[in-house]
Design a protein around this ligand. Structure first.
Ligand code: ASP
Length: 247
């Protein structure tokens, strides 16, 4: 987390998007985390990766899902967002878009470093970052292998704006990890930003979101939140959720 935080913070002068992208790329390369290298395996023993990104100024968003051969899924999510025609791309079409845009591809084998450990990952090691820069711009980036033993083709909350992540410069940026189906059913990320809009502070929004996950759907997860002002906040009901902060 500290390496990722430092990678992001070193680029905060280039803006919130550059910072969250650098932090998430660092974590995609960390084999212990459920994103990029070391991500969990689906029922067929294959890594299928999802990622999402959003900039809060113009509500630009990009999501990519079911990727097997993208070296850094977050790079492709950013390319989809900046291209602007679509918000979500999945599977083979997403890989084709990546090749056409010169985004780094890779051999799917590199994602599997320790098959036994990756088979047992429960999820909730999705990686994400939120940032607010000196101009008040906010961004969020998230990347995941989803959940272990998922059906091939399953898409979680992480590439879906409003569920796994959301950013609006007027209110804040949020990112989630945990049981993606619960985040999808609650549209939790959007709900959290609406709560910021209605005047709740970041710690209250984070705590409330995790409480809702638990009470309404008996689900496990965690969130990170940054509002227009003040320090970032986080909350989780999983056994652990390491975070690192720079201000
Ligand atoms: N939220 C992710 C998903 O359901 C899993 C995780 O956070 O580890 O795809």
């Amino acid at each position: 987390m500290e390496l990722a935080r430092d990678a992001g913070w070193s680029l905060i002068g280039d803006g919130a998007l550059a910072a969250v992208a650098a932090a998430v790329k660092q974590m995609e390369d960390e084999p212990l985390l459920n994103a990029g290298i070391g991500a969990c395996l689906n029922l067929d023993g294959v890594v299928e990766l999802d990622a999402g990104v959003m900039q809060g100024g113009e509500l630009q968003a990009g999501g990519v899902a079911g990727l097997k051969d993208l070296r850094h899924p977050i790079d492709l999510a950013i390319a989809v967002m900046l291209d602007g025609r679509h918000v979500l791309l999945a599977g083979e079409g997403a890989s084709r878009f990546a090749r056409e845009h010169g985004i780094e591809m890779c051999d799917p084998a590199i994602f599997i470093t320790d098959r036994k450990r990756q088979e047992l990952l429960l999820g909730a090691d999705t990686v994400g970052a939120v940032a607010r820069d000196a101009d008040g711009r906010m961004a969020v980036a998230v990347s995941t292998g989803g959940i272990s033993g998922k059906l091939p083709g399953r898409i979680g909350d992480s590439p879906i704006p409003g569920s796994g992540f959301y950013a609006d410069d007027r209110f804040g940026a949020v990112c989630g990890t945990g049981q993606g189906e619960a985040f999808l059913r609650l549209a939790l990320a959007r709900l959290m930003v609406v709560e910021l809009e209605h005047g709740m502070d970041a710690p209250a929004v984070a705590t409330g979101a995790v409480a809702l996950l638990g009470t309404r759907l008996n689900a496990l997860g965690g969130v990170i939140v940054i509002a227009r002002e003040g320090a970032p906040a986080s909350s989780f009901n999983t056994p652990s959720m390491p975070v690192a902060v720079a201000t």
